[in-house]
Design a binder for this molecule. Structure first.
Ligand SMILES: [Zn+2]
Length: 459
């Protein structure tokens, strides 16, 4: 048990002063007192709930920036999501368990330093056979343990290259399972994800999964836990919407709503291209939409109808996806800026009810990110886990800001990162901006990624 004192911070939905938290030995918050006398260990700086990163493909961190060159052409070659995907598949071939662990360990430390305390790893690099699939999942769990981040592991079910069960492309071979093999993988993985870790499932997309396969996979997941999360990529690209209309006669989100029992266990990743009936009906299910603004911008996906969805009561969260950026503040800022640019307005996300834009973005994403990952975090309250961040009150960006303005400033002041301490399950994993093992982990990352780059150049 530990007692911690903070001068101010966000407790529940309210800004409070003189906060005393009692954290039990299992990392859960046992008692919260505000307006308290200085009690326990004094931690300087404003206090916030840590953020959930609901969508990660860890291996893609080592690929960030490597697909930004376009060769001169006659104007007929389009650089888009699909050309990026083809380059990314080539890069994925280098991933062994050891390489994946080295990349993910460094990535997860970077995430902690950026204020994320939990990550949803949408993991499709299985290498096909069961023993190889297990070693790839084990690499992800080891990386999460090295960093000290809470992992919601989401093994991906993937069986086809396109709608109608089209045979996989050769480069998709490492992603593929039968339903029987995948369910066996889930059964074996379940006891390996204990403590702060969770197991869920991800369906890669409607194009990669036969409609008859959803039921048996969800039945197996239900046997593990009725609360285990279910994620899916959906409606990221207009080509996917067109293909769904051609195959099902329905748009992707409409098909999902009509054919699966969508509820608060589900997280729909991207959901970029929606018509009104889709966002209205989706908002009513309690599911979360996982938005990845920096990746969606990098890949030229489009803009999600955030304000309309939110007004209808819809829940959303953020993810860093391809890891072109690892910064919760940048995801939130870009999310709001996309809406501003499209509408030629400011402070869009708070809508007619008004309020602090940065505070609104942080509290919503933290709360519903926790829901999407089935992690008991996202708010500082009794019964939640002590996943906390502490800001450096002396950082120049906070000069002149007070109370909830500190969170607006956190989101909208750009660099450098003013997060000084991060706690996961009652343990300080980042102190004064540093992780205790970052030096050897980053050295191993540099060596590993340089070796891949050399191998690519030699091809
Ligand atoms: Zn993704």
């Amino acid at each position: 048990m530990q007692k911690l004192y903070f001068s101010e911070g966000l407790i529940g939905q309210d800004w409070a002063k003189d906060i005393c938290l009692t954290v039990a030995s299992d990392g859960m918050i046992e008692h919260v007192k505000t307006g308290a006398n200085t009690e326990g260990v004094k931690v300087f700086g404003p206090l916030l709930p840590a953020m959930s990163n609901v969508h990660s493909h860890a291996f893609q961190r080592a690929f960030a920036g490597l697909a930004e060159y376009k060769a001169p052409c006659q104007g007929t070659v389009k650089s888009d999501f699909w050309s990026w995907r083809s380059a990314m598949y080539g890069f994925a071939q280098h991933m062994t368990p050891a390489v994946l662990e080295a990349v993910a360990s460094a990535l997860y430390i970077e995430m902690l330093k950026a204020g994320y305390s939990a990550v949803g790893e949408f993991h499709y690099l299985h290498n096909s056979h069961l023993d190889q699939s297990l070693s790839m999942s084990d690499a992800i769990v080891k990386a999460a343990d090295t960093a000290g981040i809470a992992l919601t592991h989401l093994p991906v079910f993937y069986e086809a290259s396109d709608f109608g069960g089209k045979a996989p492309e050769p480069e998709q071979a490492p992603f593929i399972h039968t339903v029987a093999d995948f369910n066996r993988l889930l059964q074996i993985l379940s006891p390996r994800l204990q403590g702060r870790h969770r197991l869920g499932v991800a369906f890669h997309s409607l194009r990669a999964v036969n409609s008859a396969s959803f039921g048996p996979v969800i039945n197996m997941l239900d046997r593990i836990s009725l609360k285990a999360p279910i994620h899916i990529h959906i409606a990221e690209q207009t080509a996917e919407v067109d293909a769904s209309l051609k195959h099902f006669g329905e748009r992707p989100v409409n098909w999902l709503l009509d054919n699966q029992q969508i509820d608060d266990r589900w997280c729909l990743i991207h959901a970029t291209h929606l018509i009104d009936s889709e966002w209205k009906n989706l908002a009513a299910t309690g599911a979360t939409v996982g938005l990845c603004p920096t990746t969606e911008a990098n890949l030229g996906d489009g803009l999600f109808p955030l304000l309309e969805f939110q007004k209808a009561g819809g829940h959303w969260a953020i993810g860093s996806d391809s890891h072109i950026s690892i910064d919760a503040r940048e995801e939130l800022r870009l999310l709001e800026y996309g809406q501003r640019l499209a509408r030629q307005e400011r402070t869009v996300v708070v809508g007619e009810s008004g309020g602090h834009t940065g505070l609104h973005l942080w509290t919503q994403a933290a709360k519903y990110g926790a829901q999407a990952l089935a992690q008991p975090i996202g708010e500082i309250a009794v019964g939640k886990r002590a996943d906390l961040i502490v800001l450096d009150a002396q950082a120049p960006c906070f000069a002149g800001a007070s109370g909830p303005q500190l969170v607006d400033t956190l989101v909208f002041s750009g660099q450098p990162n003013p997060i000084s301490h991060v706690m996961v399950a009652g343990e300080w994993v980042i102190q004064n901006g540093k992780h205790k093992d970052e030096s050897p982990v980053f050295d191993r990352y540099r060596e590993t990624v340089s070796a891949i780059a050399n191998a690519e150049r030699a091809r």
